[in-house]
Design a binder for this molecule. Structure first.
Ligand SMILES: C[S@@+](CC[C@H](N)C(=O)[O-])C[C@H]1O[C@@H](n2cnc3c(N)ncnc32)[C@H](O)[C@@H]1O
Length: 448
């Protein structure tokens, strides 16, 4: 599959536009079929670290490699950048990238994905970590809640020794590479069930099937006898190979410009707000209404990497759009101005005021972030929103429709809507009794 201004993509975009204009119904497509021929999620550094609800990389690839939405050197923004899927695809397609994410782990993964390192030096550092860290005595242990509940004693000791060696590395970018490789093994060497994004302890008693029960018991035995140093060595070696593959493309990694921390206030440096009319294209997959606990999913990693102390974790939660945690005293429903949404929130409120408030707050905060996208977008530029609906207290919460409604009300023009199945979303889990798994996602294309 050829990148840059793929003629077939141009043809499809034209077709989507004219079909949608005629029929006004979302067009069912499969990005995996449209963008085929490459093992997408395997390539380059996309798999440097797991992250919940990662975007299928085919989607930014499709929207970046055509002559319709942007050209080389244009500025692209992802305000909900997560682990940097859009960022990496921007660098590969020679576009300048700015983004934001409220989760410091996400921001560090993204930076490391496109970091420029001398890999021969990295290999030497890795050898010295493996040779010397087992010899360290009593390194300090970072602040992680319920450490002994999640990790065997021997593992805590080995992890602390590796971490102490990493923190000694003076080159910040090299240190970050090792921190992210270290973070990538944290859940794998813990008692966490790695099929679930938030930490849940492996428990054989949860399963009736004796075969599954046995498998879970074997997994726990494996965790108790794991060689943490070997696991770390393997993770680093895999990530070195990923970076080497990225460097072989000779992409200009300095196209990755800056990441800020809030989609509602986009920045281009620590002190500079992103100017009006700055970006040519915004591609983003925002959080769902109360459906993913990004900070909780990352809590063990945030602690072990010293990216956030226990008290900082709760502060991070408060900045997260779509969060579930709210003070009881704050619960108060207000009109979102989107009639369809207000009606459903009123319905939910009859049986569950807390969930009604979560949905209400989510839409208010998403409206603010859409205002910010509109502000930074050039006239004639596009916003591509990738979002799904979910169920709240058993009722369909039609997020894509509410956000479309709002974007149009502030002056955006809807170009077309696509629907794709998201079987690839392995980390999307049923999050509580009142919500359903999100199984399809909408791609909404707006023009300013
Ligand atoms: C669906 S995920 C994005 C996944 C990303 N496209 C990827 O491929 O990894 C949504 C992201 O929104 C982030 N988020 C939540 N509230 C935010 C806020 N106020 N500002 C910026 N990002 C926020 C979450 O931390 C999460 O990483």
């Amino acid at each position: 599959m050829r990148g840059e201004n793929n003629k077939e993509f141009d043809r499809l975009i034209k077709e989507f536009k004219s079909n949608y204009k005629k029929n006004k119904i979302p067009i069912e497509i499969s990005f995996k079929e449209i963008v085929n021929g490459v093992k997408f999620n395997e390539r380059y550094t996309h798999q440097i670290h797991a992250y919940p609800a990662k975007l299928l990389s085919h989607i930014p690839y499709f929207f970046l490699n055509n002559s319709y939405f942007s050209k080389c050197e244009d500025i692209i923004v992802d305000p909900f950048n997560g682990s940097g899927t859009v960022a990496l695809e921007c660098v590969l397609s020679k576009k300048n990238f700015y983004g934001a994410d409220a989760n410091p782990l996400a921001n560090l993964i993204s930076k490391v994905k496109v970091t420029n390192l001398n890999l021969e030096n990295v290999k030497l550092t890795l050898k010295s970590i493996i040779d010397f860290s087992p010899l360290l005595e009593r390194p300090s242990i970072p602040e992680v809640r319920n450490l002994n509940f999640w990790f065997p004693y021997k593992t805590i000791d080995s992890l602390s020794k590796i971490l102490a060696s990493i923190m000694e590395i003076s080159d910040i970018e090299e240190r970050n590479f090792f921190l992210i490789s270290f973070s990538s093994i944290i859940k794998k060497v813990s008692y966490c069930d790695t099929r679930i994004s938030v930490p849940v302890k492996l428990n054989p008693e949860r399963y009736l099937d004796t075969k599954v029960k046995r498998k879970v018991k074997e997994k726990i035995d494996g965790i108790e006898n794991i060689d943490v140093f070997e696991k770390f060595y393997q993770a680093c070696s895999d990530n070195i190979a990923r970076l080497a593959e990225l460097y072989s493309t000779k992409s200009d990694l300095s196209k990755f410009k800056y990441l800020s921390t809030d989609a509602r206030k986009l920045m281009i440096s620590e002190n500079e707000i992103m100017p009006n009319d700055y970006a040519k294209l915004i591609i983003t997959s925002p959080p769902y209404a109360g459906a993913q606990k990004y900070i909780r999913s990352s809590s063990l990693n945030l602690g072990w990497t010293n990216l956030a102390s226990l008290s900082e974790v709760s502060k991070l939660e408060r900045n997260n759009i779509g969060r579930e945690i709210h003070k009881k005293a704050d619960i108060k429903i207000s009109s979102t101005g989107i009639i369809e949404a207000d009606l459903i929130i009123e319905e939910i409120n009859k049986t569950n005021s807390e969930r009604a408030f979560i949905a209400n707050k989510y839409l208010e905060e998403m409206k603010t972030s859409i205002d910010e996208m509109y502000r930074v977008l050039q006239k004639g530029g596009h916003i591509i929103l990738i979002i799904g609906n979910n169920k709240i207290t058993g009722k369909e919460f039609n997020t894509q429709s509410y956000l479309t409604h709002y974007a149009i009300s502030i002056g955006m023009k809807l170009q077309f809507k696509l629907i794709d199945n998201i079987k690839s979303y392995g980390l999307m889990t049923k999050r509580n009794k009142t919500a359903d798994i999100i199984s399809r996602e909408y791609v909404l294309v707006f023009k300013k």
